[in-house]
Design a protein around this ligand. Sequence first.
Ligand code: 3PY
Ligand code: MG
Length: 255
Amino acid sequence: MFKNIFKDEKGNSKKLYACSVITGSTRVVELAGLCGFDVVWIDMEHASSTLDGAERMVIAAEAHDMIPLVRTSGYRREHILHALEIGGQIIVVPMVNDADTARETVAYGKFSPVGRRGFNRGSRGLRFGVDGDNWMERVNAETWLIPQIETVEAVSNIDDILAVEGLDGIFIGPGDLSSDMGIQAQFDNPRLIENAVSCIRKAKAMGLVAGIFAGEGPLFEATREAGADLFIAGSDSKILREGMQAVVQQLKGSD
Ligand code: 3PY
Ligand code: MG
């Protein structure tokens, strides 16, 4: 039986909570693990991570029993293959707006017969060839390929995207989706929540996993209720900013 990170030892569904590490710091990755996060979100779209830097963060995540999630910078072959080859276990692909793009991500992200992923047994993604047989099936089953639904176009194409064989789930990007809906960063807006919930319900009905960038408030509550499995609860830069602002406010507020 292959390991399913979204299930506990008894086979029950398990929700995973992630911290996004924008700073690129392996020490912050370690801290996230020591504090109890399940997943670390390594961002190659909105952060300056190099491939080597991202690989070091993957290693730091593994050292602290966290699941390394790599959000690619795009949906081209090299973006997806590199994220897998450095050892990303959950691969989140931004801006997948239609079924053709979703099919391309499967072609690049899954081995045959599901897709056409490039093969090099010596890569880190294949544990340098150390593991025994059955690697193609096992790696296909134990890596999670997840397109981001984050535009109005993607929401309107959700049924076609979900029908693409080989995808493991979807991930809602509320930042971009709210921008595209003309309600930028209005994370409590009922129209945004409705779109997120409806996509998540559809994914869950098909037995797929669903994630979202949310860690509190009505969007978090509604999507949790709808069955979402993976939540990015915040980023190191946000946590640091809030902490630093509070300290400066305390120091200078009464001057
Ligand atoms: C979004 O909210 O648009 C995301 O992609 C999460 O970073
Ligand atoms: Mg986005």
